[in-house]
Design a protein around this ligand. Structure first.
Ligand SMILES: [Fe+2]
Ligand SMILES: [Fe+2]
Length: 464
């Protein structure tokens, strides 16, 4: 058995010092760090000892507040009770994968766990990944008193009771996940597909519970230019449309994953070209267009991913009438998922200042453009359905009423695309007022026109 030396006192353990007792999931990330270091370095290396001490320090903090902490490994994620630990599942994905592969269904730590037992667990994990005894058997055999593993759950977690992540937190986690995936694409290393799927899955669950919630958050970031915001926004819009068109719930995660990855090929295009503000030369344009081919190549060999993500990456700049690019593509029609993602993609790209040589459209103008492109650029039924999904004035639109007041669309119009729920934020004289809900169906007023929230100095975050 390897003995982990106690590090000299000059080591500091910043992670365990900042760990808070109300986020027990953080110990999984510390365990993952300890596991990775023990895999990378020889026993006795200071890095191994330090991360082990951090893991044990984290456990001590968490277990001060409770007698034990029990994590379930279920459906590709860590759970704490009925709450998915999405961030921990994404960041400790190596540990999660190993536990799933070894059919370990739970991991429990009890108050009083010693550094030696923590070290033994890390050692067992490292040995198992090198072909040693299975984790569950080895833990049982080691006779650990304060660390227990259990078999996979036989009872599923009740979806109705599953505590969901707050939409803003999910969006933030989504950005970080896309950042990591994009980085993998830049490096040429295999994409962590499981993480994209896990993210898409959580997005589906949140949208199914509240169709507006994520759309409101996405509207806040409509103007952000980077690819991470774009990918998450396109996934939200695609899922909204997918749900509206009656796609089976089981198909939604695949649609979300394909939407998240649709532009991943951009990571293989020089940044200078992506951010270019002036018009592109023909050569530059053709280099940019190749992000579709690069994207398809990046996702096509990923295990467990259906062909759809590859097709969506390849076809999303192809139009419904098969104009667009890649030009040499010999297809008779776009995949249904591409048709959905192409609409979300256009909406988000055209409303942001991503292509700085072009003035962004206001959300209602983007919807009008999509409706006008029904049958040529976009699949006609989906284009119309998109109008009914987000309304004529999508969430985040700022409008002037016929009576002169300014209002913000804060929820999607249900059944009345021209009469979305509004919050009045300026009176007819332009004075800032406390937000007042307005229901246009009960009111003689109508929307006169939309205005740019940035020009009107309206902070959407205060109203959505
Ligand atoms: Fe694209
Ligand atoms: Fe895109």
């Amino acid at each position: 058995m390897t003995h982990f030396p106690t590090p000299p006192t000059l080591f500091s353990f910043p992670l365990s010092q900042t760990i808070s007792a109300d986020r027990p999931g953080a110990v999984l990330r510390l365990l993952e760090a300890a596991r990775k270091n023990a895999l990378l370095y020889l026993p006795g290396h200071p890095q191994v000892a330090q991360s082990l001490h951090e893991f044990h320090g984290g456990l001590t903090v968490i277990l001060k507040a409770r007698p034990s902490v029990h994590f379930d490994v279920y459906e590709d994620a860590f759970f704490l009770g009925d709450r998915i630990l999405l961030e921990e599942s994404l960041h400790a994905s190596g540990l999660l994968e190993q536990l799933m592969a070894q059919r370990v269904g739970s991991l429990e730590f009890l108050q009083g766990v010693s550094l030696e037992e923590a070290a033994r667990l890390v050692e067992i994990l490292v040995a198992a990944s090198g072909g040693g005894p299975a984790v569950g058997d080895a833990v049982a055999e080691a006779n650990l008193h304060y660390i227990k593993t259990g078999p996979p759950r036989t009872q599923s977690i009740d979806e109705a009771k599953e505590a969901l992540i707050a939409p803003r937190e999910l969006y933030r986690i989504g950005l970080r996940t896309m950042d990591a995936l994009n980085y993998q694409a830049v490096q040429g290393s295999p994409l962590n597909l499981r993480n994209a799927r896990l993210l898409a899955n959580s997005m589906v669950k949140v949208i199914l519970q509240d169709r507006n919630a994520l759309l409101g958050v996405a509207a806040l970031y409509q103007h952000d230019e980077d690819t991470c915001h774009h990918s998450v926004n396109v996934a939200v819009l695609s899922l909204m449309l997918g749900l509206r068109m009656g796609l089976e719930e089981t198909m939604l995660p695949a649609l979300g994953t394909a939407a998240l990855l649709h532009d991943v090929g951009k990571m293989r295009i020089p940044r200078s070209l992506l951010g270019k503000s002036s018009h592109l030369t023909a050569t530059e344009q053709s280099v940019l267009e190749r992000h579709t081919i690069h994207g398809a190549a990046l996702v096509q060999h990923l295990r467990g991913l259906s062909q759809t993500a590859m097709l969506v990456a390849l076809e999303h700049h192809l139009n419904y009438d098969l104009s667009g690019y890649p030009r040499l593509l010999k297809v008779e029609h776009q995949h249904l998922f591409t048709q959905v993602v192409a609409i979300g993609d256009f909406f988000d790209a055209s409303t942001s200042a991503r292509r700085t040589d072009r003035k962004p459209l206001l959300p209602d103008q983007a919807v009008q453009t999509i409706v006008a492109g029904a049958g040529t650029r976009f699949e006609p039924n989906l284009a119309k359905l998109f109008f009914h999904t987000v309304g004529a004035y999508p969430v985040g639109s700022v409008v002037r009423l016929s009576s002169g007041e300014i209002a913000v669309v804060y929820r999607t119009a249900e059944g009345h695309p021209l009469q979305p729920p509004l919050k009045m934020v300026r009176d007819a004289q332009g004075t800032v007022i406390d937000p007042v809900p307005v229901d246009l169906s009960q009111d003689g007023r109508r929307i006169a026109y939309s205005i740019d929230p940035i020009k009107a100095s309206i902070d959407l975050a205060a109203y959505l």
